[in-house]
Design a protein around this ligand. Structure first.
Ligand code: SAH
Length: 391
């Protein structure tokens, strides 16, 4: 396994064209006024965007003569669907998007009986270099703009609303930042996205903060910043090892911020929100799944507001690592629970379409071009070990 460097600074590439979703409401109104239109047209454009309307011809509340100009100036198409794959009878849909500069990212929409969750990407690639993660092994291409991130959620919301997912028209209820990228390494854009997700129509999707999960490798200063900003999104921390020695190798950012610092920052966040955070732990055979490590993790988390979500490793191409066998998984769960730590094993929806954590690797090709997209399954619903994965 080659050790990659940690990359925090995203390469500077040509910016995507300006988009209404990158602007504040005031900025959008000013932009519309500059185009010689009344400011309220910004609200009309926003309503169309957040409803997933992309065809100017359908924007019948705008004068026909200015539809093209306004959409061209403020609603440029940033995400071009390249391919959509379905699994679970159509209830899991993975979309590969091409961005203006050819970069590729993916999002995965998962419909459950009681909710619909979309897993979105915050960066093209990732600079965090985790050796078990396909995205991490392919490096960072660039940060996504807020509009590029928001657009993935909007597309999912529209697919639900328009009845494109079996089960009839429904509502997108949850968003998880578990696709490609480290959301807290693209803080400003992710922050804007969080605002857009919770802002009511017309300038947002109107989701509740707690139904949004930000998953991080443990960028401690950024977790602290989220805490200070008083956000109430659910926090998930990718721990993967309870001890610094092993975590240094599995999650290289640990060489900068140690296990104790990460869980302390997560504790502070939980104290502020009054809700548990999630600890993600990929179970890797003979690497981090030993009974002693379960006990160590149990002791580490026993008195904290943490919930452990175990993810049986999805092996990535070229990796010598494998998922922990079932008996080891069961033992791990039992030991954590014996320490009083709430523990679940993640549902692995979409495995058959390479739609689970780390599954879509560089070997996947579009038009002969390797993609580095990495879809992730939802954090929810947590499935008890041994139970059927999502009925
Ligand atoms: N950068 C964020 C989001 C990553 S994806 C983070 O690290 O939290 C969400 C989760 O999937 C993370 O916990 C990540 O470590 C995990 N993951 C990545 N590759 C995986 C794989 N091959 N098998 C299982 N989980 C994986």
């Amino acid at each position: 396994m080659t050790a990659l460097p940690l990359v925090f600074e995203a390469p500077r590439r040509g910016k995507p064209p300006r988009h209404l979703a990158d602007l504040t409401r005031e900025e959008a109104r000013a932009a519309v006024t500059e185009l010689g239109q009344p400011a309220f047209r910004a609200d009309q454009l926003a309503r169309h965007f957040y409803r997933g309307v992309t065809d100017p011809a359908q924007m019948t509340d705008l004068p026909a003569a200015v539809r093209e100009e306004l959409t061209g100036a403020l609603l440029p198409g940033l995400l071009t669907p390249v391919r959509t794959l379905s699994a679970d009878g159509g209830r899991t849909r993975k979309t590969l998007w091409r961005l203006h500069d050819g970069a590729l990212v993916e999002s995965v929409l998962m419909r459950y009986p009681d909710r619909a969750t979309v897993c979105i990407s915050s960066q093209a690639g990732c600079g965090m270099a985790c050796p078990f993660c396909a995205t991490g092994q392919n490096g960072l291409t660039r940060n996504l703009s807020a509009a590029e991130i928001i657009g993935q959620a909007v597309a999912a919301a529209a697919a639900m609303a328009n009845g494109e997912v079996p089960g009839g028209p429904g509502r997108l209820s949850n968003v998880v930042f578990m696709g490609m990228g480290e959301p807290l390494a693209n803080y400003a854009r992710v922050r804007k996205t969080l605002d857009a997700l919770v802002t009511p129509a017309p300038h947002g999707l109107g989701l509740s903060q707690r139904s949004i999960t930000v998953s991080t490798v443990g960028v401690v200063p950024a977790i602290r910043r989220l805490t200070e900003e008083g956000l109430h999104a659910t926090l998930a921390v990718s721990l993967h090892a309870p001890d610094d020695e092993l975590r240094d190798t599995l999650v290289p950012i640990n060489t900068r911020w140690k296990v104790d610092e990460v869980v302390d920052a997560a504790d502070a966040y939980a104290a502020r929100t009054g809700r548990r955070y999630s600890v993600e732990y990929a179970l890797i055979r003979d690497v981090n799944d030993q009974p002693e490590r379960a006990d160590l993790l149990g002791r580490l988390l026993a008195d904290r507001r943490a919930h452990v979500n175990l993810i049986p490793l999805n092996p990535t191409p070229g990796s010598r690592w494998d998922a922990s066998p079932l008996p080891a998984q069961r033992e791990f769960v039992a030991r954590l629970r014996a320490h009083g730590v709430p523990t679940t094993v993640r549902d692995t929806r979409g495995q058959d379409i390479d739609g689970a954590c780390g599954q879509l690797a560089a070997a996947d090709r579009v038009d002969g071009v390797p993609t580095v997209a990495l879809p992730q399954p939802s954090l929810e619903p947590p499935v008890e070990l041994g139970a059927e994965a999502d009925a």
